[in-house]
Design a protein around this ligand. Sequence first.
Ligand code: SF4
Length: 507
Amino acid sequence: MKLTFSEALQQSTPAFPVGVEVVTTRGIDAGQMCRFAQDLLRDDRIGWISVTDNPGGNPMLPPDYLAGQLADSAKNTVVHLTCKDNNRLALESQLWRYAAEGFCNILALSGDLPAAGYPKCGASVFDFDSAALLAMMRDMNAGLKVPGRRGNIETLPETSFFAGCTVSPFKKNENELVPQYAKLLKKVRAGAGWVIPQLGYDMRKFAEIKRLLQLNNVNIPLIGNVYVLTKTAAKMFNSGRLAGCVVSGSLLAEIEKYAAGADKGKTFFQELAAKQLAVFQGLGFSAGYLGGVAKPEDVFAIIEKLKQFAADDWKMFYKEIRYPQQDEFYYYDENVLTAAQPVPTLRKRTRNVNLFYRFSRCVHALAFNRGHQLYPLMKRIFAFWEQKHCVCKTCMKTVHRIEEMSKHILYGCKDCGDCALPDTAYLCPMSQCSKNMRNGPCGGSLHSRCEADDKDCIWTIAYDRLKYFGDWEAFCNTDVSCADAALQGTSSWANLYADRDHSAVKK
Ligand code: SF4
């Protein structure tokens, strides 16, 4: 009998199962997609299928619709769950439905920016990010504690989600890559039970993820991600239009050569995919994963090619599949598999470490730092102003007005009431990050620019600043945070002093 997804990944010596991505469709014509999924699951060579959730920000049939069509397939199906178009209530509700239907294998993603909708582009939500979503599943697995009707705390039945996450190692610059790795470790601490890196064609970067987890004593299954290219897909990945998926100029040049052949490069693409799987197997990844294929016979052809390789061939392929971007930054040196620590980097005073940042740090250290001697006094003053007395109410309103105006001018503050500025090196995630990311970057930046391409990614700036002042390690160890919507439109200063905001948890 076929092992379930979690059993296959967690065996003491995994047999390198291979999973396949199934992309849902827009509209009700789901026949072809269902047949593809059924044919795959019927074959013993395929360990599981993984069903996308509105990929590329386009509205599609939900993943559990397809999964529900496949009898007894729940344990061999991974459903993707993204935060782009659901707030935390909708995400929780979705998770209860998945748990009730037996879909426990969830890939938690922040998600792409919405790209389409009826009649025009939809608004994005990003109330949560992938780290917060993972933390919610971890807490649901432990029995979610919720307020009961009589003011007591009730514990809901435990779920058994086997949640996974992604990481995007194909970043060109240090200030993009290091935050990606930090966020991966944060997601693991938030409950990720397996990891699947984003797409790229430089095996050294995949080896880095393996080493990063090893050196941080993280022993969870790692799945090698392969996208079976076509010339069209390669051009799209090269243009940066698909967040987190990278085809470098040197690979594109090679692809154009092969694509001019009689089979349009199909043999080359399938061989490249099989070689990538061989490298993953050789590096000790628990499983492989194929995307970009629409016919079962193409999937099987790649798996058969993989079987034909000799045991040590992967070492040659590891050296061969190296298509980095120009001047790409690596976290470990060339001997990544034996590296004891990351390559040392300098604390650089970039243009991001400016006077304005220094000013913000000083103000925070004086007035809002729990360890400062002024803090207890400020706490008492704000507690006094928060009394119901009408004079105090006027004082509080005036203070809130001053806060709102000054922070709006200085930081583009949106008055969320649950201020993240000290965590994010004084860059407001509500106004300056297209996805409101509070726990580290999404996977979408390209050459340090935001996926929305209208600004630098705030996390690249935050990294430069925090690293320069030696605060990066401390940021990496912070808990997962998310804004409390109930505080919107209230004074974040008052909320800090009254321990109502996210930072109160850290005490
Ligand atoms: S600013 Fe950075 S984290 Fe925010 S959406 Fe853009 S790329 Fe993602």
